[in-house]
Write a protein that binds this ligand. Structure first.
Ligand code: ADP
Ligand code: MG
Length: 322
């Protein structure tokens, strides 16, 4: 199978490459063309996933396709952007039809769920790696950035934390587990749902936002720095899923929630006056702390005492696999 045959068979003719809102020209020419409504800005993000570094070499291709796009689309969610299109640069050791078929189906399933059209890419031979670029649109000046958190705001997250890291021992085959809890954690790892609707709902409400990919404490550090504030995280308020706490001891579950990567939940800061509205739209959200004057991320135990030094203690764990 030659390069053009491969592109045509698995990507250009895929259902997710059939165009969509904002796509004036898709796969097949030298460039794709996008049409933005007047007054909107383009939001762009790129991620590369390398076999053996970001996912196991033998990863199921369907799950890999799904996860790769979810991870990228999560960046659009974090900015409050509406998904439009994506490109795929694929480096493959060989052109195996069964692998490509599974991969393209997983990719397309996530693409259609997110409202992203495949508009182009590149195909080369080499060690397996994937680079995805996602494009979204956002009203000019309305994107959610990491800067803008203000003292007095509430610190919130879009749902349970730690599931991605809690799934890792199962993903890597270091731990055997069956049943509904294991299935839940594996699904959270392999098909995290980018919080796109939440991100769009936070536009005009949240003062800062990002998606948690490197662990809550590390990522909150980015908001604290960009906004010039201190974030206080209340450890007893971290939302832990029943599956995470059923399959792991509480200490490990907390570590996963504080410092584990791969959650792809949004973390955001919210003026208290906006809380009821956002809770109404997104009941799974949780208030986990507050913003204050100062700097850095601080962790409080259930008695309100500061746990020291929280970030240093967990950073090594959190940097696994990045
Ligand atoms: P060029 O030589 O002009 O860069 P290519 O021959 O690399 O174009 O690709 C031909 C067309 O197929 C282009 O529209 C390109 O965007 C698209 N394409 C190539 N690889 C992929 C892929 N893996 N997924 C989706 N589209 C792809
Ligand atoms: Mg060209």
């Amino acid at each position: 199978m030659g390069e053009f045959e491969l592109i045509r068979r698995f990507f250009a003719s895929a259902a997710c490459a059939a165009g969509g809102e904002g796509i004036a020209l898709g796969i097949g020419d030298d460039c794709a063309l996008l049409q933005l409504p007047p007054g909107e800005q383009l939001a762009i993000s790129t991620d590369t996933l390398v076999a053996g570094v970001h996912f196991p070499d033998a990863a199921d291709p369907f799950l890999l396709g799904q996860r790769a796009l979810a991870v990228s689309a999560s960046d659009l969610a974090a900015m409050g952007a509406t998904p439009v299109a994506f490109t795929l640069a694929l480096t493959l050791p060989d052109a195996r039809a069964d692998w490509l078929d599974g991969f393209a189906r997983g990719l397309c399933a996530m693409a259609r769920g997110c409202g992203l059209g495949l508009v182009g890419g590149d195909t080369t031979r080499g060690p397996l790696s994937l680079t995805l670029t996602v494009l979204g649109r956002v009203p000019a000046g309305g994107a959610l950035t990491r800067a803008g958190a203000r003292p007095g705001d509430l610190l919130c997250v879009g749902g349970s934390l730690g599931d991605g890291a809690g799934a890792l021992p199962l993903v890597l085959g270091q731990r055997e587990a069956q049943g509904a809890h294991a299935d839940y954690l594996l699904a959270r790892y392999w098909s995290p749902q980018p919080q796109l609707a939440l991100g769009q709902a936070l536009r005009g409400r949240a003062t800062a936002a990002l998606d948690i990919s490197d662990g809550l404490l590390a990522d909150c550090g980015h908001i604290a720095k960009a906004s010039g504030v201190a974030l206080w995280v209340d450890q007893s308020r971290l939302p832990l899923s029943p599956a995470l706490t059923a399959l792991h001891p509480r200490d490990f579950a907390l570590k996963c929630a504080l410092a584990g990567g791969d959650d792809y939940r949004l973390a955001f800061t919210l003026p208290a006056t906006e809380l009821a509205a956002v809770q109404g739209l997104w009941p799974e959200m949780a208030v986990i702390g507050r913003v204050d004057a100062g700097q850095g991320v601080h962790l409080l135990d259930s008695t309100g005492a500061e746990l020291l030094p929280p970030v240093l203690g967990y950073q090594h764990f959190g940097s696994q696999g990045d």
